[in-house]
Design a protein around this ligand. Structure first.
Ligand code: ATP
Length: 300
């Protein structure tokens, strides 16, 4: 395991009377892609902005590359790359000019050609930014964050608004950053993105971390199989631990799918009933996420 690059303990932040972070503990290690997931308003942006040094915190301890981001040291800024949702560079510059401008801010910039290659903008190097497509602008945002050859990169919802093929390209780029030895902290609302990219992830809900680990370890904490079907008449579910979803389906989470299915299907068959829209599937990260965040809501 790599050395800790980000360490937060008991991190708290309030906006007036509202406590947005209620004690966050987080460790991100060197070379990891770490995903922060959570519903709207959970506290992801607040957490990330504190780690970036863009927001002060009220209590707890934070170290990023061994330093406190609240001290706003130049030495830390030079080692951190931040990809914002819109970089706000002058749109009459060319791609190359914008990257060169950013390279000028850093003591040890990454070579221009390498940056263009990593983000796949070699052919657009002389294009004006205002002529780029949305996906290409996002690539440029990443290029600008890479200008200083940072050790740590923060990506805020890096693929929001992308079409499916642009998302795949972005995933490849992010996986490429890991291959370069960078540490990446990214926020996302897409479960498939987290599943695909993250070495580890944390789910944050209502200002607290409600789950943390690898996708595999989170799966292990939950039942491995999800059986679901349209709500059946009474009797079929007797004695089974089931949940009724908002859309009228019933789900059963189980580690014994064969036994449970046998019970269900034999009850249904003897009553001459069909289990409508029957589905049996391994528990997905999305199922786990919905369960974790629903529990939080229920506990409010
Ligand atoms: P999203 O997924 O919608 O971006 P998030 O997880 O990033 O959400 P935050 O932006 O960190 O959530 O916000 C956490 C909570 O703090 C929210 O309830 C939000 O309304 C509140 N909040 C955030 N910034 C401020 C602010 N400047 N002043 C007051 N309240 C704020």
């Amino acid at each position: 395991m790599g050395a800790p690059i980000i360490e937060a303990r008991g991190l708290r932040k309030s906006y007036g009377d509202f406590e947005a972070l209620k004690g966050i503990d987080l460790i991100v290690r060197a070379g990891e892609v770490f995903c922060l997931l959570g519903p709207n308003g959970a506290g992801k942006t607040t957490t990330v902005e504190i780690l970036e040094g863009h927001r002060d915190y009220d209590a707890g301890e934070v170290r990023v590359l061994g330093r406190d981001p609240q001290q706003h040291e130049r030495a830390l800024k030079a080692r951190v790359g931040i990809v914002l949702q819109s970089a706000g560079v002058e749109r009459f510059l060319t791609v190359e000019e914008a990257i060169e401008l950013f390279r000028g801010y850093y003591p040890h910039p990454r070579p221009l050609d390498e940056i263009l290659r990593i983000v796949g903008l070699e052919e657009k190097r002389e294009s004006l930014i205002r002529r780029l497509s949305g996906g290409q602008v996002r690539r440029l945002d990443l290029a600008l964050a890479l200008a200083g050859d940072p050790d740590l990169l923060f990506l805020d919802e890096p693929t929001s608004g992308f079409d499916p093929s642009a998302r795949r390209d972005a995933w490849e780029m992010i996986a490429g950053l890991r291959d370069l030895g960078k540490t990446v902290l990214l926020t996302t609302h897409y479960m498939d993105e987290a599943e695909r990219l993250s070495d580890r992830l944390a789910v944050i809900a209502d200002g607290r971390i409600v789950a943390e680990g690898t996708v595999a370890s989170l799966r292990k904490q939950q039942a491995g199989t999800l059986i679901s079907f349209r709500a059946p008449p009474p009797g079929i579910l007797d004695g089974l631990d089931s949940r009724r979803l908002q859309d009228g389906r019933v789900t059963i989470e189980t580690d014994e799918p064969t036994r449970i299915l046998h019970q269900l299907t034999s009850r249904a068959a003897s009553a001459d009933l069909e289990l409508e829209e029957l589905r049996v599937a391994p528990t997905s990260l999305e199922d786990i996420y919905l369960k974790l965040t629903a529990t939080e809501k229920a506990g409010e």
